[in-house]
Design a protein around this ligand. Structure first.
Ligand SMILES: Cc1cc2nc3c(=O)[nH]c(=O)nc-3n(C[C@H](O)[C@H](O)[C@H](O)COP(=O)(O)OP(=O)(O)OC[C@H]3O[C@@H](n4cnc5c(N)ncnc54)[C@H](O)[C@@H]3O)c2cc1C
Length: 385
């Protein structure tokens, strides 16, 4: 029986496992389940689609955790500039902002490599079912071929979390988007990150990011609500974005080397966030669940940035767990108030980015920037912390 079982070894799950293993009191038996085989060569079918940009907030989290970024996980070019293109208002602006440009899979593998041997790792295993049994969780892997037992369960399994759906059911969940990213070979250098606003494509945003000799063009398309398009129209919508972006940037984006997809969840209200839950059993026992990173709905609703939240929630849960399993989920839930406030503030500022008339005023005013706006929000978040 595990004291703590973590589902998912993305940045949130790996960081929590590393922190728990480094705890000098060594009080817990910890297991980690991950469907990717992170100890074997990369399986392209199990790679997470991502921009791989480490924002200033995520950089601050790494500094707080005492972690650095090895140079072998960086991708050319490093990015100091954001180019904001507003197709709705036919405007553009450049803003200064510093990101680490990384290979996402290598970043995950780096964080995973820091987890000591003392953590039991179940790699290449998919959680297929979860049950409550007397006073513990029973987690089935690979259709019941393996059953793991645990006192405390941690959902770190990302957007559309299976654990969250299975345990909490369909409570108020974040808005759902599907992201499509295509990688195009390019000969030139685009040393900026492009944020593209175009209501013909999406009510969220689209982006370009260079990775070595490729340019990623990506977008996040809504799956529900008035802007959602039928599945068969999504690739046409992407193609329209490709055509507009290629013409605008003067690049030929013809034959992609790679196409990727992933869900993105956008918490447009703090009611959609869920960090912890406690089940009261008929036996009088209580069973605890904590949710980390994207499984909790914790990503920026304005930029989809999520590494800082994944690292922040894993640190907060660790700090709650070192005081004992009893009520750890309640301490953790309370400590996540700063994240609730941060996401609340971002949603307040969201119209400045996502309402085309307000965005036009902001971009034309020259007194601020969309990215500077979100940068100011990041700053307010750190002062809240
Ligand atoms: C297209 C796109 C671009 C993005 N770009 C950026 C960016 O540039 N910068 C940024 O900060 N954020 C970005 N994000 C957001 C960022 O990827 C997430 O916020 C971050 O990965 C969250 O980390 P996590 O550990 O919570 O979840 P994840 O990284 O999603 O990790 C979840 C892990 O759980 C595993 N898993 C899932 N289900 C199961 C199961 N049933 N059984 C076993 N294992 C399971 C998965 O394999 C995965 O390893 C982007 C997201 C998308 C979709």
């Amino acid at each position: 029986m595990y004291d703590i079982l973590i589902i998912g070894a993305g940045p949130a799950g790996s960081n929590l496992a590393r922190l728990l293993a480094s705890d000098k009191t060594n009080q817990y038996k910890v297991g980690l389940v991950e469907k990717r085989r992170l100890n074997q060569p990369v399986d392209p079918h199990r790679q997470k689609a991502c921009g791989g940009l480490l924002s200033p907030d995520a950089q601050k989290m790494l500094a707080k955790l005492g972690l650095n970024i090895p140079s072998n996980i960086l991708e050319d070019p490093q990015i100091f500039k954001v180019r904001t293109i507003d197709f709705d208002n036919n405007l553009e602006r450049y803003y200064q902002r510093y990101y680490y440009n990384m290979d996402r899979e290598k970043f995950d593998r780096y964080l995973f490599s820091l987890i000591p041997e003392s953590i039991d790792k179940h790699l290449g295993e998919v959680v297929s079912s979860i049950h409550v049994n007397d006073d513990h969780w029973e987690v089935q892997l690979n259709q019941g071929k393996t059953v793991l037992k645990a006192k405390f369960l941690v959902a770190a399994d990302g957007a559309g979390s299976f654990v969250r759906r299975r345990v909490l059911g369909e409570y108020v969940s974040p808005e759902k988007y599907i992201s499509i990213q295509k990688w195009y070979p390019i000969a030139s250098t685009t040393p900026y990150y492009t944020g593209i606003f175009d209501s013909e494509i999406t009510d969220y945003y689209s982006w370009t990011i260079q990775k070595g000799d490729h340019l990623i063009l990506g977008t996040a398309l809504p799956l529900n609500g008035p802007h959602a398009k039928p599945a068969q129209e999504r690739l046409q919508t992407f193609d329209l974005l490709r055509e507009k972006t290629a013409n605008y940037l003067g690049l030929s984006l013809d034959t992609p080397s790679k196409t990727e997809g992933a869900f993105i969840e956008r918490s447009t209200s703090v009611r959609q966030l869920r960090f912890a839950s406690r089940l009261s059993l008929s036996s009088g026992e209580k069973l605890s669940l904590a949710l980390l990173g994207e499984a909790a709905g914790a990503t920026s609703p304005t930029s989809a940035e999520g590494f800082s939240y994944a690292l922040d929630t894993s640190l907060k849960l660790y700090e709650s767990l070192i005081h004992g399993l009893e009520s750890a989920e309640l301490r953790y839930d309370l400590s996540c108030d700063s994240i609730r406030r941060n996401i609340f503030l971002k949603n307040l500022k969201s119209p400045a980015m996502y309402s085309k008339n307000i965005r036009k005023l902001v971009m034309k005013s020259g007194i601020g920037s969309l990215k500077e706006l979100s940068f100011n929000l990041e700053t307010s978040r750190n002062s809240i912390n």
